[in-house]
Ligand binder design. Structure first.
Ligand SMILES: [Zn+2]
Length: 327
């Protein structure tokens, strides 16, 4: 069943785009929004025609048809600057059963009329930073009184040491996204772990504490990762990082902001709200990497839309309900 499972997962998630500095993950969790439950009260879930622009952009009725050709990704040489991720395609709808651990992926919406609304929790996560755009992200989060989780890489940490300290001081949570974000790390368990430890040392130096949170470059089932290693490398690494005390987090809501170099703002807003509409726990993948200006532009609308859907915002902790592609 490995083959079919891998295929299903690969199809459901989309893949990390190539450039070593970035994920081009597509749309895990782009399942159709439920029309029931608290979401039904929201314009984002009810989806009456004509469809709002973001919904069409997200692939809803009349919208763009999503490709499933995530495997066309080609990994270029690592550039000095983080480029866009051409070739990374947004994922298709609906993760198959088992693609998401726990209840986070396909939860039933609370029953309407059942009294107090069930809490809906969104975890905003930003990968591949920090970058020169991160101060804008932090400013928006401060204005909205929201804390987020940042899965940072070594280049961002080294270039923006003050931002790492600012994030920690402002209550955001830092996670390990490996130091180099280089898919060649998937060739060697020892090399991968050394890269993880290298970033942890940098975070420890800057903040006084290491992190217990980890996100694999490309997610835990990235085809690029498997291509660079072996089919068994990622399962081995999952076991290893757990043995070392980390919890790793994939996501069940992709903003699709890495699907191309500059993803339209409306696409980002639509993708998040469309995928989150039928979830009670939304781990939202975004990027604060260099060049991701439309992510910054989309963020206020993403936050507003999630609030309209009834979400409150939390940071990830080691014991947070995790989304795992690979299990
Ligand atoms: Zn990444």
């Amino acid at each position: 069943m490995w083959t079919s499972r891998f295929l299903r997962i690969a199809v459901s998630v989309g893949l990390c785009a190539a450039a070593a500095a970035g994920c081009g993950q597509g749309g895990a969790g782009r399942s159709a929004g439920s029309g029931t439950g608290p979401a039904a009260a929201s314009p984002y879930a009810a989806m009456p025609g004509p469809s709002p622009a973001w919904f069409r952009a997200a692939g809803g009725p009349g919208g763009a048809v999503r490709s499933v050709e995530a495997d066309r990704l080609v990994e270029p040489a690592r550039p000095a600057a983080e480029p866009g991720r051409p070739g990374a395609l947004a994922g298709p709808p609906v993760a198959g059963p088992g693609a998401v651990q726990g209840r986070a992926g396909a939860e039933p919406a609370p029953e309407p009329g059942s009294g107090a609304a069930a809490p809906r929790t969104a975890y905003l996560t930003f990968d591949d930073g920090p970058s020169g755009l991160t101060p804008q992200v932090l400013s928006i989060l401060r204005r909205e009184n929201i804390r987020a989780t940042f899965f940072v890489t070594g280049s961002g940490v080294e270039q923006h040491r003050e931002l790492i300290q600012q994030m920690a001081a402002e209550g955001h949570v830092l996670g390990n996204h490996t130091y180099s974000h280089d898919y060649r790390l998937y060739r060697s368990e020892a090399a991968f772990m050394e890269d993880v430890h290298k970033l942890d040392r940098a975070l420890q130096e800057l903040t006084g504490s290491a992190t217990e949170l980890l996100r694999f470059p490309g997610g835990s089932n990235t085809r690029l990762g498997r291509a660079k290693g072996s089919p068994w490398m990622l399962p081995r690494l999952v076991k290893r990082v757990r043995e070392e005390g980390y919890q790793y987090f994939d996501w069940n809501v992709s903003s699709t902001d890495a699907a191309q170099a500059v993803q339209p703002k409306e696409e980002i807003v639509g993708a998040v709200l469309y995928a989150a509409a039928n979830k009670n726990n939304a781990i939202v993948l975004m990027h604060d990497a260099r060049g991701k200006i439309t992510t910054v532009e989309a963020l206020p609308e993403v936050i507003r839309g999630l609030r309209e859907l009834g979400f409150r915002f939390e940071v990830l902790h080691k014991d947070s309900r995790a989304v795992h592609f690979l299990e």
